[in-house]
Write a protein that binds this ligand. Sequence first.
Ligand SMILES: Nc1ncnc2c1ncn2[C@@H]1O[C@H](COP(=O)(O)OP(=O)(O)OP(=O)(O)O)[C@@H](O)[C@H]1O
Ligand SMILES: [Mg+2]
Length: 446
Amino acid sequence: MTLRTRLLAALVALLVVLGVAGGVVTVLQRDYLYDQLDEQLQLLAEQPGPVMNRLIRNGGQVAAPPAVTLTNMYVGLIRDGELTTLLAPTDDPDLLPAIAPTDRFERPATVGTAGGEAAQVRVMTAVLLNGRVAVFALSTAPADDASNRLVTTLVIVALVVLALLALIAWWVIRLGLRPIRRMTEAADAISSGATDRRIDVAPGPTEAARLGRALNTMIDTSQDAEARMRRFVADASHELRTPLTTLRGYSALHTTQQLDNADVADAMRRINQEASRMTRIVDDLLDLTDMDEHGVTHRAPFDLATALRDLVADLQVVQPDRTITLRCPGQLPVVGDRDRVVQAIAALATNALRHTPEHCAVEVVGIPTPSGGARVEVTDRGPGIAAEHVPHLFERFYRVDRGRVRSAGGNGLGLAIVAGIVSAHGGTCGVESRPGGPTTFWVELP
Ligand SMILES: Nc1ncnc2c1ncn2[C@@H]1O[C@H](COP(=O)(O)OP(=O)(O)OP(=O)(O)O)[C@@H](O)[C@H]1O
Ligand SMILES: [Mg+2]
């Protein structure tokens, strides 16, 4: 059942409840008013003697039993098979109950009238000592009028309530349900190919508007992710195609031409180089997807200061002529996957060695952060990186100088892996660089 149907059903149910309650109240009120009339009739019918004697004797005013006023009362006498009026209500002097002379009413009953303004009366009869029959009647008009007034009031109240509820339902549907229908339509359209379509979100803080905005953001994000994934696959294929082409070229050369030993050795060296390059790319890609999928699994406390000292020593062996300095406290305890963290910092340091001339000094700095983690900075005095490249450096396969760096063996995946490792640790990383240098890559582990 849709929300709209449920809302309407609830409205109808509420109306039914209101109607039943109104009916019950009306019936109870009418019964109460009739009971009051009946009480007066019963008081007279139990002791008709005094009233009848005086009425017959005086033909005028009588002192009625306490609590009974005769102003509205009809009193008649059936004698010789005929009903004679002894006393008529002051406001309805022609009132005449429509009863046959033989009718007897020991309990109060409703009968019609044969004269007067009232349409119905409550009537009781009492047999007098002399065998004649006294008739007492009271018009039901005041009780009926009160009941009718109550019915009218209830109907008006019910109509007003109905109108108000209808208004509220319309408002709820307009504010809450119509936007949901629009969202469903937009979502259907998007899934059937209209990828540019977005949900029209009405301004304001309603739940529907917030849901619409959230859905739009989600669609944007997932389309961005899809586009990124497509670009990534295209880039990866492109990167792998170059070494594959080289491999095919050398193998074709070998089959189609007579090569001397020196040429074969050279071809083999190139084939080996390209195969290693492909292996590196595939390993890096596996590293990246592994990080995306599983994050880091071997978390343990370790001393980052020792790791940094070892790393700087290794780098110094690779480039003995370069000035490489380390600034770090004696101990720098952190929690994480030691191998991955070292891999990330090594990637930054290797970049500094690979992408700057050898006379440029490199400094590695390790400092504890106030939150109990550690920050590592790798600063080089190289020529710096142009501002337009800086925001893209951590993207997969991004290289500032595509041709030159590929020949130097760079795949453009190093920094993407750094970002993956750091975010898997819940940390952050970044770069500050100006043309002319210096360039600082930093990572912060929590
Ligand atoms: N310290 C640096 N100074 C100047 N340019 C840098 C520096 N570090 C990185 N870059 C630039 O950023 C690019 C991306 O670096 P990244 O480490 O991701 O890839 P790479 O070093 O080219 O290849 P690899 O995947 O082997 O690491 C590099 O190609 C280089 O152009
Ligand atoms: Mg690199």
